[in-house]
Design a protein around this ligand. Structure first.
Ligand SMILES: NC(=O)c1ccc[n+]([C@@H]2O[C@H](COP(=O)([O-])OP(=O)(O)OC[C@H]3O[C@@H](n4cnc5c(N)ncnc54)[C@H](OP(=O)(O)O)[C@@H]3O)[C@@H](O)[C@H]2O)c1
Length: 168
């Protein structure tokens, strides 16, 4: 990890790239990196959605002044989050879709979101989230949906990591 980060720092310090960041770093990896980094990461991209809210990492990144970027912000279509009745009720009250409510929730938590869709109408819908605001009560209801349920493998699972990064 150290030499990859040094290479990124060199590119940054040579003015060839504007910012450097990490993905799927949790506290141990961040602590190791920050102990020797000359340039701090501006962003950490981690799985985050209403069923996996990443409360501890969210607070840690805030304290470290590293932006929390949510990958799989809509749950990657791997759960029923997009049809969750609590989210559907909030969506109906704001005349928005459930996806828009989820994206707005991320934004109001101060996160960067990178939803993916192959459909034009959904891409347009996913950016149309700046004309309404969730109330404190809405935010609290969504906070209550957390199941600490990952949609994908745990990036700190060394066996999975070795398998997924080793060429067959
Ligand atoms: N750093 C990492 O380890 C990591 C891992 C995974 C993903 N990512 C990144 O995260 C980003 C997004 O993640 P993702 O695609 O995995 O998950 P996602 O954005 O949470 O979910 C995408 C799924 O939601 C559907 N969808 C999108 N907008 C919708 C809407 N308005 N209404 C209903 N369904 C909607 C999409 O279907 P349709 O396409 O059919 O509309 C697709 O099935 C990508 O840029 C990806 O590269 C990063």
């Amino acid at each position: 990890m150290a030499c990859q980060w040094r290479a990124m720092e060199d590119l940054y310090q040579d003015g060839l790239i504007k910012a450097i960041g990490v993905s799927n770093f949790e506290q141990p990896q961040l602590e190791k990196l920050l102990a020797s980094a000359k340039v701090l990461p501006v962003v950490d991209q981690i799985e985050t959605h209403p069923y996996f809210q990443q409360g501890t990492m969210h607070a840690l990144l805030h304290d470290l002044n590293i932006r929390h970027e949510a990958w799989g912000p809509l749950g990657q279509g791997k759960s029923d989050v997009l049809t969750n009745p609590v989210l559907a009720e909030i969506a109906q009250a704001h005349h928005k879709s459930t996806a828009q409510v989820i994206l707005r929730w991320h934004l109001q938590r101060g996160e960067i979101v990178i939803p993916k869709s192959i459909h034009q109408d959904r891409i347009e819908q996913n950016i149309d989230v700046f004309d309404f605001a969730l109330t404190a009560a809405d935010m609290a209801k969504i906070a209550g949906l957390d199941k600490n349920q990952r949609g994908s493998a745990d990036p700190q699972d060394n066996a999975w990591l070795e398998k997924s990064t080793t060429m067959a």
